[in-house]
Design a protein around this ligand. Structure first.
Ligand code: C5P
Length: 428
């Protein structure tokens, strides 16, 4: 399938309003604007006072060929409420670089300069690209402000690790222009075209914890990162997503409804309660067994030093239960398989045995792909095509690739229409 989001099919006459705040990396936004301008995107900009210490309004407008605004009270047509109009006429607003101060002021709803007033009045998707000193980035104040923005639906492009302008090393660098372009361009296209809108999706993620007694449990090392990335990508493409999650330390992605639980049996009930759905992705690392006789009291060491005897019962296979469901099988069921050896062979067998339409297999126990890593190295399998190796990639890219496969499948089998609404009806 052709990539749905290449620059060549970026529709013309789209507008990105760039909000440039103070930071050494402000000069790199010039290249970003140049790239979007080449695509035919209209790129007006707002420069904060801080940004003007690094770049000039003239350099930005010379490159963009579009107006650059700096002052809340000097917009020519303030009688038309210029700061409101700037947001209304944009398809997307991008804060880049977003300084710690800009982030804090946005989180607190300030409106005492043009940039903050526009953001407060914004009715369009906003992407925030933080860039700052690593200590400023990791400071709890910044992290709390970022979490606030994220909760309110602002997309955060995480800063890169590396050396920053002041010579310190850590997370805080503005990502490359190429990486920013890719992410922003995808969101720009999705502002008008959400191929999965009207579809209901369910994703399981994270580990399950199986109780031994009130304080102990058996679990596994799954971080939930891959499942959360898939839930985020499905939501970005317009699906109505429920994320059924075991214990993780990651925030719920935007526009996703999360159901938290611990055990495999609770995960199965939560999944069943959220049927019917169109797309189900089973990313969770579910414990195969649970403790048969969970102790109501904390188990004590014994005087004779013998360890407790724990017996296990097999947990339900959630994926298989749903994939073979007689009345409520989702249209598309996707499984995962973590294998230590003969990955393709075992994955192919699992795909068929569990009744999935697609399966993603990854090798565990080798150096690059440990649990909790931001990257994964996977094979993609379906019952009737050769397996594909997708290579070593960030988990969010793998999530995007999987969602493209989902869209391709729905286009082929269900006549998804690209006006954004599916023509099949969800069962009652
Ligand atoms: O059999 P295995 O655990 O390798 O299968 C992995 C796939 O099955 C994953 O998609 C996982 O989410 C799912 N699974 C499940 N319920 C279980 C065990 C695995 O849904 N009890």
């Amino acid at each position: 399938m052709a990539n749905v989001f290449t620059s060549t099919d970026n529709p013309q006459h789209k507008t990105i309003l760039f909000i440039i705040s103070g930071g050494v990396s402000a000069y790199r936004v010039l290249d970003l604007i140049r790239t979007f301008k080449k695509d035919g995107v209209y790129c007006p900009a707002i420069l904060t006072k801080g940004a003007q210490e690094f770049i000039t309004p003239l350099s930005v407008s010379a490159l963009s060929g579009a107006p650059v605004y700096t002052d809340l009270f000097s917009l020519k047509d303030e009688q038309e409420m210029g700061h409101i109009r700037l947001s209304r006429e944009a398809d997307l607003i991008v804060i880049v670089p977003a300084s710690a101060d800009m982030i804090a002021r946005t989180a607190h709803g300030m409106a005492d300069d043009l940039a903050s007033a526009v953001l407060l009045a914004a009715d369009k998707p906003v992407i925030c690209c933080p860039a700052m000193n690593p200590q400023m980035w990791t400071n709890a104040a910044t992290q709390e402000n970022i979490a606030t923005l994220s909760r309110r639906g602002i997309d955060i492009i995480q800063p890169d690790h590396g050396e920053v302008a002041c010579g310190e090393t850590g997370q805080g660098r503005l990502p490359s222009v190429e990486a920013l372009y890719k992410t922003i361009n995808k969101s720009l296209n999705l502002t008008q075209h959400k191929p999965l809108s009207g579809y209901k999706a369910l994703v399981t993620a994270g580990p399950t914890y199986e109780k031994i007694d009130p304080v102990r449990f058996i679990g596994n090392r799954s971080s939930g990162k891959q499942g959360y990335a898939i839930a985020a990508a499905l939501a970005q493409y317009g699906a109505d997503v429920t994320l059924v999650s075991g214990p993780t330390a990651i925030p719920c992605p935007q526009n996703v409804k999360r159901v938290d639980l611990e055990s495999a049996t609770d995960m199965l009930s939560a999944v069943e309660q959220n049927l019917p759905c169109d797309i189900a992705v089973f990313t969770a690392a579910v414990c195969d067994w649970r403790v048969s006789d969970v102790s109501e009291k904390k188990l004590k060491k014994r005087d004779d030093h013998t360890p407790p005897h724990i017996t296990f019962s097999e947990n339900p296979d959630i994926l298989k239960t749903i994939a073979t469901h007689k009345t409520k099988r989702p249209r598309l069921v996707i499984g995962f398989a973590a294998e230590t050896d003969n990955i393709q062979e075992h994955a192919q067998e699992k795909l068929i045995r569990k009744g999935c339409d697609m399966l993603i297999a990854n090798q565990v126990g080798h150096d690059k792909c440990t649990f909790g890593n931001d990257h994964n190295d996977v094979y993609f399998l379906t019952p009737d095509t050769d397996s594909e190796n997708w290579g070593y990639k960030p988990k969010h890219e793998i999530a995007d690739m999987l969602v493209c496969k989902v869209i391709e499948h729905l286009e082929k089998h269900e006549a998804i229409n690209h006006t954004g609404a599916n023509i099949t009806k969800l069962e009652a």
